[in-house]
Design a protein. Sequence first.
Length: 462
Amino acid sequence: MSAEEDYFYNKITDDKGNRKWLYPLIRIGQWYRYRSVVSYILLLFLFAAPFVKINGNQFMLFNIIERKFILFGQVFWPQDFFIFVLLMLTGLVSIVLFTNAFGRIFCGWICPQTIFLEMIFRRIEVWIEGEPAARKKLDNAPWTQEKIIKKTSKHILYVLISFLIANTFLAYVIGSDQLFQIVTQPISQHLSGFISIWIFTGAFYYVFAHFRELVCTLACPYGRLQGVMLDKNSLVVAYHYLRGEPRGRIKKNDPNLQPMGDCVDCNLCVAVCPTGIDIREGTQLECVNCTACIDACNQVMDKIDRPRNLIGYYSEEMIKKNETPKFTFRMKAYTFIIIAMLSVSMYFIWSRKDIDVTVLRAAGSLYQEQPNGYISNLYTAEFINKTTKDMDVDVVPENKSIKIKWVQNIGEVKREGSNKATFFVMMPEKNIRDSKTSVTLLIKQKGKTVEKVKTNFLGPVN
């Protein structure tokens, strides 16, 4: 391996291949402010969603244990699994198309790992321990009273925030009401829940206090896959090498000064990078598109009176053709496809029926001859109430000449519950023209038809 390659590949490790602890500098610029606003909105949503209720339902719930899911206040059961499959496929296709068009923007702007680490935990660290040089000096210093106070204060805050995140996470899984009981009632009554809270607290603390950027560079499969999802037209955070090279510091009154590019080789883009890479070396696995290097470079360009966006959102083709960033036709097409798929998914979510009905002819039964010229078939039915209110349901044949005789009535279907019923469908023998006749049953609630169910009716052939 050449010296240049060795320099490039060991950027985030030491000479022995061990991890380098990073001390990124925070530079507040235009993109940082934009990211902060997006982060505050997402954090507000994340912490509020499991505690907001719509019609008595939690706004969002993913209870895998009880196989109960709630999206936007609507309850979804295993019978609605096809909707989740559709949402998963939509998400998968959206990630591929979005990454291919816009790069790894999700990682830098939306990913909870980046938001928590950079907008909460990193700020606490800077607030308590100071700028990078001060933090590094503190880490290398012996254990004095000052170091003990600062380190203890920082990690206490880390644990408290991790505890808050763990509780919020569990609220999404077991429900906010169940979480409230675990927190307020004696530990002996909810020992497993109490242990779960502290297990997740420990996991989150380890991730944000120690593992940090390694989640993005080692653990996250999305980062690994981006290499096969990007191409020369993908919009990524990139260094405009045609403008920047050859890089070098500005020297005034130097008669031997050679023509230089805009990059003054200040290494500020490296100093602010949360994963420790040099964006000038090209697109890399570790880059999460957080735009920190854009803000840092723009501030330097302002000082030396050079155009901004030496580092910016570019594709390889834009740099080669020396074009400014633009919303290309491909980006428009991919955006349209993603919006269309999300719209279809939302349609299925909002058009989902409140009651799920399954009607089956009793296994092994044939038709029965009844008095007054009627033929009957025995059916069993299950009614699943997907709402948060008790429901009175009735079954009425669409054909007025058909009658229903109940063996086991439906009764009131409790909220989020199910009832089973057994009944005969009776049809005049004179109306039967085939061995199988299609019968439509109307499922009514408060006189309104909420669903139509079709079933086969067996009868003698005259």
